[in-house]
Design a protein around this ligand. Structure first.
Ligand SMILES: Cc1cc2nc3c(=O)[nH]c(=O)nc-3n(C[C@H](O)[C@H](O)[C@H](O)COP(=O)(O)OP(=O)(O)OC[C@H]3O[C@@H](n4cnc5c(N)ncnc54)[C@H](O)[C@@H]3O)c2cc1C
Length: 427
C-alpha cells in the first residue's frame, strides 16, 4: 500500500513525485515506457524551454481560454519558484531572448536528470514498462490502479495484470501528442472510464499542410528555408479573419512551420477540417501596398532589360521568388520592360497576399501539445482533485490546458504537478 501513486513519469509526474517524497510519503511512480521523461528530453529542440519569466498577468494571456483555473497552481509554484526548485536540485538555468528560461547547459536531458536523480536518491519506487489500464474505484473513491506490462520485449507477458493500492492517485499521463514518447491519450481514456467529461482533443502548436504545396516540386532550396518578419492571416471563405500573427516561418517539404505557424495552429485547431480556411502571407509587411507598387514599378522600369525574376531579387530571396512564381502563369523570364499593368498588379498581390488553402495540420504525431482533455469543470482548481472521484488528482496536459510556445506548457505541467501532490489536498 502506497500513500500516492503517480501515473506517468513525464514533466508533471516527476515534479509531483518529488513533492510527495518531500512530504515523506510512500510514492509509486508508474511509467509505461522503458524510460521516464522521454518527451521532456526532446523539448525545446533538445534545449528545453523550462518556463518564461513574464509576470503572472501577462503569462496567463498565453494560457488558453480558462486562465483562472491556473491561478491556484501558479500562486503556489510559479516561474521563480520553479527556477529555485530546479537550482536546489543542482540545475543552473539561464534567461534568454523573449524571457525564455533554459538549462544553462543547453541540454533538456539535464532537466530530466536533475528530477529523476532526486527520486532515485530518495527511495521513490519507479516501475517502468508498466501501463496503467484501469483506475480501481470503490464507492466514489479511488483506491488503486490496475496495470499491465508494456513494451516490445517478447518475455513480457502482456496479459498478466498487477494491482497497486494507494489512498491517492495522480493522473499525470499527458495528452496525445508525440505518441511515441508514451503520451498517446491513455490518461484521457482512464479519466473517461470513471465518468469524467472530455473536451474534444485537437493537435495544437503544429505545422500546417497547404493545398498544392510541395517545396521539393516548387524549388528544393525552399525546404527548411526560414523567412523572418512575415505577416500571416488566416481567413475563412467569407473573408473573416480568424488568426493574425507576425514573425518567422519555415517551409518544410510538405508543410509550413515556424513560430507564428505554431501559434496560428493553436488558434484554428478546432476549425480545421470543419470549414475552408486560407493562409495569407504578407512577404513585405513593412511596406504599404501603394508604396510597394511604386517601388516595383520603378525597379521594373530601371531594370527593363533584366528578366522579371532578376528584378524581383530586389524584393525577395530566390526561394520566395520561386514560391510566388509557382502561384502564377506570368512568364518570369521575359524582360521587365515587357510586363503589363495586370501582371504587375498580380505580382504585387502575391507579395502582399500570398494565399494558400489550409488542408490539414501535421496531426498528433507532430503536435507540440494537445488542445482539449479532461474538462476543467469537474476538477477543483484549488487542489486539482476530481469533483467526481475522491482521491483522484490530475496534472499536466491530460487536463484541458494548453498554451503558446515559450515555456508556458512546461510551467503548466510543473505547477499543476506541484499542486496535485500537496498533502493538504488529499481526499
Ligand atoms: C517536441 C516537443 C517539444 C516541446 N518543447 C517544449 C518546450 O520547450 N517548452 C514547453 O513549455 N513545452 C514544450 N513542449 C510541451 C511539453 O513537453 C508538454 O506540455 C509536457 O511534457 C506535458 O507534461 P505531462 O507531464 O502532462 O505529460 P508528458 O510529459 O507527456 O508525460 C506523460 C507520461 O505519462 C506516461 N503515460 C501515459 N499513459 C500512461 C499509462 N497508461 N500508464 C503509465 N504511464 C503512462 C507517458 O509515457 C509519459 O511518460 C514540447 C512538446 C513536444 C512534443
Amino acid at each position: 500500500m502506497y500513500d500516492t501513486i503517480i501515473i506517468g513519469g513525464g514533466a508533471s509526474g516527476l515534479v509531483a513525485a518529488i513533492v510527495a517524497i518531500k512530504n515523506n510519503e510512500k510514492v509509486l511512480l508508474l511509467e509505461k515506457m522503458p524510460q521516464c521523461g522521454l518527451k521532456l528530453r526532446i523539448t525545446g529542440k533538445g534545449r528545453c524551454n523550462i518556463t518564461n519569466t513574464l509576470p503572472l498577468k501577462e503569462f496567463l494571456t498565453h494560457c488558453g481560454s480558462e486562465p483562472r483555473f491556473l491561478y491556484p497552481s501558479f500562486s503556489k509554484f510559479f516561474n521563480t519558484e520553479l527556477m529555485s526548485f530546479l537550482e536546489d536540485l543542482g540545475l543552473d538555468v539561464v534567461i534568454e531572448r523573449g524571457n525564455r528560461v533554459f538549462p544553462a547547459s543547453g541540454k533538456a536531458q539535464d532537466v530530466f536528470l536533475s528530477l529523476i536523480k532526486f527520486l532515485e536518491d530518495n527511495d521513490c519506487t519507479i516501475v517502468k514498462n508498466t501501463r496503467v489500464t484501469n483506475l480501481i474505484v470503490k464507492e466514489n473513491k479511488v483506491i488503486g490502479v490496475e496495470t499491465k506490462p508494456f513494451g516490445d520485449k517478447s518475455s513480457i507477458n502482456k496479459t498478466s495484470t498487477k494491482n497497486f493500492y494507494a489512498s491517492k492517485v495522480i493522473l499525470a499521463s499527458g495528452g496525445q501528442s508525440y505518441p511515441n514518447t508514451g503520451s498517446d491519450g491513455d490518461g484521457i481514456k482512464l479519466a473517461q472510464s470513471v465518468g469524467h467529461k472530455i473536451e474534444d482533443t485537437f493537435p495544437s502548436l503544429v505545422g500546417l499542410r497547404l493545398l498544392h504545396f510541395n517545396a521539393d516540386v516548387i524549388y528544393p532550396r525552399l525546404i527548411n528555408f526560414e523567412t523572418k518578419n512575415v505577416g500571416a492571416v488566416v481567413k475563412n471563405s467569407q473573408g473573416k479573419i480568424i488568426a493574425k500573427e507576425f514573425g518567422d516561418i519555415i517551409f518544410r517539404e510538405d508543410h509550413i512551420d515556424g513560430p507564428i505557424i505554431l501559434t496560428i495552429s493553436r488558434q484554428i485547431a478546432q476549425l480545421l477540417g470543419k470549414e475552408k480556411l486560407y493562409l495569407e502571407l504578407d512577404l513585405k509587411p513593412a511596406i504599404e501596398q501603394k508604396t510597394l507598387d511604386t517601388k516595383l514599378q520603378s525597379e521594373l522600369n530601371q531594370r527593363g532589360r533584366e528578366s522579371i525574376e532578376s528584378t524581383l531579387r530586389a524584393f525577395l530571396p530566390l526561394e520566395l521568388i520561386y514560391l510566388i512564381k509557382h502561384k502564377t502563369k506570368i512568364n518570369f523570364s521575359k524582360p521587365s520592360s515587357q510586363i503589363n499593368k495586370e501582371d504587375r498588379k498580380e505580382i504585387l498581390s502575391l507579395l502582399k497576399n500570398l494565399s494558400f488553402e489550409i488542408v490539414d495540420s501535421m496531426g498528433f504525431q507532430r503536435a507540440v501539445v494537445t488542445k482539449g482533455g479532461v474538462s476543467l469543470k469537474e476538477v477543483n482548481p484549488k487542489t486539482l482533485e476530481s469533483k467526481l472521484i475522491n482521491g483522484l488528482f490530475f496534472c499536466g496536459e491530460v487536463l484541458d490546458l494548453d498554451a503558446d510556445t515559450g515555456g508556458y506548457n512546461l510551467q503548466i505541467a510543473f505547477s499543476t504537478g506541484y499542486l496535485a501532490a500537496q498533502k493538504h489536498s488529499q481526499g
